[in-house]
Write a protein that binds this ligand. Structure first.
Ligand SMILES: O=P(O)(O)O[C@H]1[C@H](O)[C@@H](O)[C@H](OP(=O)(O)O)[C@@H](O)[C@H]1O
Ligand SMILES: [Mg+2]
Ligand SMILES: [Mg+2]
Ligand SMILES: [Mg+2]
Length: 266
């Protein structure tokens, strides 16, 4: 790994390769047909064999290259996993970037990785495959500063033989890459929000935006990608529920790209 690059870029480059590998695992398990679904805290909070294997793979791979790095993953699984899971490539594109001075000072033991190995698990079990993403966010001094999002089934509606999957990334002060930014046509107000955790407060906040259209999809990562690529003007979810592993990577990429994340304090 290019030892001369700042550690933040080296970690992000490794996270990019790990996310690509994770997408392959998620597609393979879906094709094998046995998702190994377990309920964690009720029917809305599921975990599959893909959630477990991907977390083992990414945690194991990062630990091997960055032993002082703190990784906080959604799933409670044993570390390790079979050696084939610990593979991953690197992103030269990331290693070649000029890191903003502030971030280049970050030491390995000062970075925290917030990992959602499979965001949109419920949708994965229901076959809503484009809602699924892998989220690897980097936080430094309490702030989301960089992230990688892999979308394993990107392009899956293009039919047999289509090139599946993509990985997007971003760093504060460098920018966001791998996606197709677009504005909402005709200045319309399109709000994207939850498909599975609605309540009166959530719906009242959405209605207060006086939207021309409301899009209800799963996946925190997926909703942010809808924003960036012009399928929505705002992601509104006025409810506790999303965790830092859901938001770190999307928030960093949104900010890197020049958009904004706001939160309502209850
Ligand atoms: O990684 P999972 O558990 O699939 O992440 C969940 C989020 O925790 C949950 O907040 C999202 O709910 P909404 O769709 O209601 O926003 C869910 O889609 C997944 O992102
Ligand atoms: Mg979950
Ligand atoms: Mg999630
Ligand atoms: Mg998850």
């Amino acid at each position: 790994m290019a030892a001369s690059a700042p550690v933040l870029l080296r970690v992000l480059s490794a996270a990019y390769g790990a996310a690509e590998r994770a997408g392959e695992i998620i597609r393979r398990i879906m094709s094998e047909g046995d998702l190994g679904i377990v309920e964690k805290n009720g029917a809305l909070d599921l975990q599959t064999k893909a959630d477990r294997l991907v977390q083992q793979s990414i945690v194991g791979y990062l630990a091997r290259h960055f032993p002082a790095l703190k990784v906080i993953g959604e799933e409670e699984v044993e570390a390790g996993g079979s050696p084939e899971l610990l593979e991953g490539s690197l992103s030269d594109e990331i290693l070649q970037q000029t890191c903003p001075e502030e971030l280049s000072k970050a030491q390995e033991n000062e970075l925290i990785v917030w990992l959602d190995p499979l965001d949109g698990t419920k949708e994965y079990t229901e076959g809503l495959l484009d809602h699924v993403t892998v989220l690897i966010g980097l936080a430094y001094q309490g702030k989301a500063v960089a992230g990688v999002i892999n979308q394993p089934f990107y392009n899956y509606k293009a039919g047999k033989g289509a090139q599946l999957g993509r990985t997007v990334w971003g760093v504060l002060g460098i920018g966001g890459f791998g996606f197709h930014p677009a504005a909402i046509p005709g200045g319309k107000c399109i709000v994207v929000t939850t498909r599975s955790h609605s309540n009166k407060l959530v719906n009242d906040c959405v209605d207060a935006m006086m939207p021309d259209k409301v899009v209800r999809v799963g996946g925190a990562g997926n909703k942010v990608l809808q924003l960036i690529e012009g399928q929505a003007s705002a992601y509104v979810f006025a409810s506790p529920g999303t965790k830092k592993w859901d938001t770190c990577a999307p928030e960093a990429i949104l900010h890197a790209f020049g958009a904004a994340c706001v939160e309502i304090v209850f």
